[in-house]
Write a protein that binds this ligand. Structure first.
Ligand SMILES: [Zn+2]
Ligand SMILES: [Zn+2]
Length: 315
């Protein structure tokens, strides 16, 4: 029996925070790492220490990991790389792995390999982004693009945004039958946007059986950063903005000094950008209970969610 392919009938994009603590892990929160899972693959944004354990707990298969995006070279955002990359070597990964990050990331991996700290027998395709005056597409597939932009932190830090391309409209099975299109190859061609000629000479157009195109989903990842124009641009009309909220406003001076944001500032960014939903993360260990951060953000942007390790969010 003919079936709509998975991607066709149902959109599945999930965000899984793997670590939500800033600076160092706590017993409840691991350090920064976040998975964006689509149907057959997933992407990793930041890879703090212990990420591979969290990946296992989340039930994500490293063999389905397509690309890693590192925001900046503070240890809590990339110290998990040697372990994760080595494990994939042990698992006999053969697929290339794309790795995008700031300058220095290639040297870091080269040194680990040279010192024989890390064993990688597959190809890691490293792309260093040295300056990003404007947003730039850094990763592209037939289904989505990932754009990068420099943020405002203590050192060069990159924000990312993933945009799915619009998906074709829903295929109307009853209509196709009414029009006398035989099930099989012709259905596939209509679905692909072509027009087909039936055995009796009648022409059926794709628009006769396909509904309107459906917009793809989008996610922005802004860690670590002070509030700035770039985060607003990166989060413009996004479905889910993932933004750091290291402190409450009470510590705004500290946030400014160390290149971070308060929960209120993250919320204002979401509001100003017209984001649909905000996920706050990267909490200072000063907040073993993160409820005050959530309250502060929701007062400005009600559609805010607090990231918890391994609690997934459907986009
Ligand atoms: Zn950090
Ligand atoms: Zn940092």
């Amino acid at each position: 029996m003919w079936r709509e392919p998975m991607w066709y009938c149902k959109q599945t994009m999930k965000v899984i925070p793997l670590g939500t603590s800033s600076g160092k892990p706590t017993v409840k929160r691991s350090v920064s790492a976040l998975a964006v899972a689509r149907e057959a693959e997933w992407l990793l944004f930041d890879c703090g220490e212990g990420a591979q354990v969290q990946i296992a707990r989340a039930g994500l298969s490293p063999s389905r990991l397509s690309a890693i995006f590192i925001t900046h070279l503070h240890g809590d955002h990339f110290n998990g790389l040697p372990g994760l990359l080595s494990t994939m070597g042990l698992d006999r990964r053969t697929r290339d792995l794309k790795l995008t990050g700031p300058p220095g990331i290639r040297d870091y991996l080269d040194v680990l390999e040279r010192l024989r700290v890390m064993f990688v027998n597959y190809s890691v395709v490293v792309r260093e982004l040295s300056s990003l005056p404007d947003s730039k597409v850094v990763h592209e597939t037939a289904e989505y693009t990932v754009t990068a932009m420099a943020l405002d932190h203590r050192l060069f830090a990159i924000g990312y945004r993933l945009d799915e391309l619009p998906r074709p409209g829903r295929f109307n099975v009853e209509r196709a039958r009414e029009l006398g299109v035989p099930e099989g190859k012709l259905w596939g061609r209509l679905q692909a946007g072509e027009e087909v000629r039936l055995p009796d000479g009648k022409v059926v157009r794709s628009s006769d059986v396909l509904g309107p195109a459906r917009p793809g989903k989008s996610v922005s990842y802004c860690l670590d950063t002070r509030p700035c124009a770039m985060t607003v641009e990166l989060a413009r009309n996004v479905d889910l903005l993932i933004h750091e909220a290291t402190y409450t406003d009470e510590f705004a001076a500290e946030a400014q000094q160390y290149g971070h944001s308060t929960a209120a500032q993250a919320a204002r960014t979401a509001r100003d950008a017209g984001a649909r939903r905000l996920l706050i993360t990267h909490f200072s260990t000063r907040f073993p209970d993160a409820a005050p951060l959530l309250d502060e953000a929701r007062a400005i942007f009600p559609n805010t969610v607090l990231a918890e390790d391994l609690v997934e969010i459907e986009v």
